[in-house]
Design a protein around this ligand. Structure first.
Ligand code: ZN
Length: 228
């Protein structure tokens, strides 16, 4: 009986929330509603935030809004993939590949441009990159041929290639590990004496407490310990 009551109350609350949300949306004019519904499709944006952002856009000066709209309209037209590393660029090759001060003999292989940006924001790396645009993920039907692995192999096979080290910087999760292992197996035997293949170190984040570290992280941290 109690379960029935709880079920009924939950149903009433859910219906109330849905009706409330429909009412909230329907009280907006189409111009705002369309923008809000679009913003809601962006990752991490709920209905309330979408409405708030739509109102914010409405209150922007005309010039700013126009500039924003123009940038959105030409985004796909202007943005290309760098022919060398597959980073985003508006030219044939990206700023990083064109930078002569960077060490062209070290290539850091990352899953996404966001990962590349993390390295760049920290200014901790002076080599170049190769962006895979994904990882091997059979559950989501992503195989080696769906990401830029073939391009990486042919870059290394190229006789003119200056690459001496490949840093496999895919994420330390199951798919990232599988991707790194696959690339390593494909590179093994290629330019044996000149090519070094490395993987990012595993371990504990700065400020971490050992008590709360999971078993795998601790295992990797102790295996990868350094001389102190
Ligand atoms: Zn590039």
């Amino acid at each position: 009986m109690n379960y029935l009551l709880v079920g009924l109350v939950t149903l009433v609350v859910l219906v109330g929330l849905i009706v409330g949300s429909i009412k909230l949306m329907s009280s907006l004019p189409n111009s705002l509603k369309n923008i809000s519904l679009f913003l809601e499709r962006l990752p991490g944006i709920g209905e309330k935030t979408a409405n708030r952002l739509a109102f914010f856009l409405l209150n922007l000066p005309d010039e700013d809004l126009k500039e924003f709209a123009e940038n959105v309209a030409t985004l796909k037209l202007k943005t290309k993939l760098c022919k060398k590393c597959f980073n985003f660029t508006e030219d044939e090759t990206c700023e990083i590949c064109n930078d002569q001060k960077r060490d062209q003999s070290v290539t850091c292989v990352v899953e996404t441009v966001l990962d590349l940006l993390s390295f760049e924001q920290g200014r901790i790396y002076n080599g170049v990159y190769h962006v895979l645009h994904g990882k091997i993920d059979p559950l989501n039907r992503m195989g080696p041929e769906d990401i830029k692995i073939r391009e990486l192999i042919s870059k290394i096979k190229d006789q003119k290639s200056k690459i001496k080290e490949i840093i496999l910087a895919t994420n330390p999760d199951m798919e990232g590990e599988a991707t790194a292992m696959y690339i390593k197996s494909k590179l093994t035997g290629l330019r044996v004496n000149e090519l070094k293949i490395t993987r990012l170190a595993y371990g504990l984040p700065m400020g971490a407490n050992l008590e709360y570290a999971d078993y795998m992280t601790l295992k990797k941290a102790i295996e990868g310990r350094n001389k102190f």
